[in-house]
Design a protein around this ligand. Sequence first.
Ligand code: MIG
Length: 635
Amino acid sequence: MIKKFTLGNPINTEAVVLKADSHSVDTFPFEHRIEDGKFIFEFSMESSDIIYGLGEAPRGINKRGWIYESFCSDDPFHTETKSSLYAAHNFLMMQGSKNFGIFIDFPAKIRWDIGYTHEDKTVVTIDGTDFDIYFIDDNKPIDIVKEFRYAIGKSYIPPFWAFGYQQSRWSYPDETAVDAVIDGYDKANIPLDCVYLDIDYMERYKDFTVDSEKFPDFAGYVKKKKEQGIHLIPIIDAGVKKETGYKIYEEGLINDFFCKKSDGPVFEGGVWPGIVGFPDFLNKEVREWFGSKYKILTDMGIDGFWNDMNEPAIFYSTTGLENALNKAKSLEGENLDLSKFFELKDTFTGLSNNPADYSSIYHNIDGKMVCHDKVHNIYGANMTKAAGEYFEKEFGKSKILMFSRASYVGAHRSSGIWFGDNHSWWSHILLNLKMLPSANMCGFLYCGADLGGFNENATRDLVLRFLALGVFTPLMRNHAALGTRNQECYNFDNSDDFKDIIEVRYRLIPYLYNTFCKASETNDMIFRPLAFDYPDDKLARECETQLLLGDECMICPVYEQNVNGRYVYLPEDMTYVKLSGTNVETRFMEKGIHYIDVALNEVPLFIKKGKKVPLCKPAMRTSLLDVENLEYIEG
Ligand code: MIG
């Protein structure tokens, strides 16, 4: 059963599509109070209770033992002591002495103290008194998720080709660079479906422009690539460059479409293009305007996009920079003691994503000026909805690939997400795994991390192990940052190992795509924690390194360096399947703990007894897959 509790006048985030009656929060089942304009509620936990949720967030599948914050943040260091990443996914659920779920529909900050201050208590602090809380009471964890997902509406389904392997880098700036990638993969006989265009394809980082020196005939080029079976996926940033003569900026200005400062002028922030205006995506008219701009690129044959920097990320504001420069000037020639020096230094490092800047931004919501702080967490989601809604209207469902960095529940109906700027760290393989079921709970089915890791240099073995997990994630994209080692598969020694891994993905696409569509249709998860299916099994309850996939499988990536396998826990008898290229090796294994050998070119998979998984023949492109003739591996 799902029950809605309302306090004050909530901002309509459009997260929930279910029409439900509102109850007074006075009857909310947990102890609660209002303190300093914040609503605080708490519940106690027994030591064996598990807390799941929060979607894209740091740390474990079980979220106990930390304080998290819902606050979309552009933070490229996903260390375990962080409290937020790019998304705000305000769903939490408990499994154990009681089973229930909570969704807080509130677009400003929420603090989730999940057994941090007191081990046996969860204390949730909502930074305001205008919100809806949905309380879901059911027996089985999966039923709680399904009820929540039913309330928030069906998940976005991307085009079929978006299940192919995708290569990205910051940046492939021009035709020559893109061609070299396609060529590299083709020569190495490694399948590929998409190549990404990061910010350098644009003319001086201006949204919806293409640098004509780098791409003299962009439409013609896109068409040629399509004929080769390759989709080009350009990035779109939230900020619109301030420049006289740049049509989009001028339209935005004339129509009053940019976010304002409280005293009226456009809020100016610095991002890649220099000074930009931030489209006021909270305003429906602005969404329609910005959404329709994607047409400039779809008219040139583009059929996929990724929306970036939409938390929004702000490197500096003109006001902040001015203050900092004045401070520096005022200290010029002085003998700085340490505190003064650090104050000066912090003035500059604190310029980016500065809370004072966010507080100075205002949105026009239905004619009312609303401070950004009150709606921060739906800014990026609304940018992506602007695009998603345009695509659906113009092209129908599942025609355009769309995913975003910032997100809020509700955006799952029109797009996917990627998990942002991770590192080429071994620990980030597991972080990737742990985010999958949490994201699924919140409706985000099309998702994935930067395989191989975004920041810093990757080793060959790390990329292979990362990819072996990525074989199962709907978004299978290798992406790396500017200045890092080349991370394309063909650039490493013995690229056949990479071919073996990626071919396994293509063999599994019919199964994965089907599982995906089913999950969207029935509000199900693709990836589940083991404890969902084996609630009374202690080892399953504590498992943070394996996941159930669909109704048939269990996955268990190797996530450490210099090992040839790993321990795996089987909560029931299963068949161990080792996949590599077109090789399939199967071995029956009994319930219990086993050590499995996994070479760098192998993908481990477990199939439950009585279940079977279809495989097609690999192909160089998804468009060349023969999805009619399947062989089955049986568990
Ligand atoms: O400040 O466009 O997360 O994937 O390569 C960095 C450059 C901006 C952040 C994205 C990343 C992308 C990068 N962007």
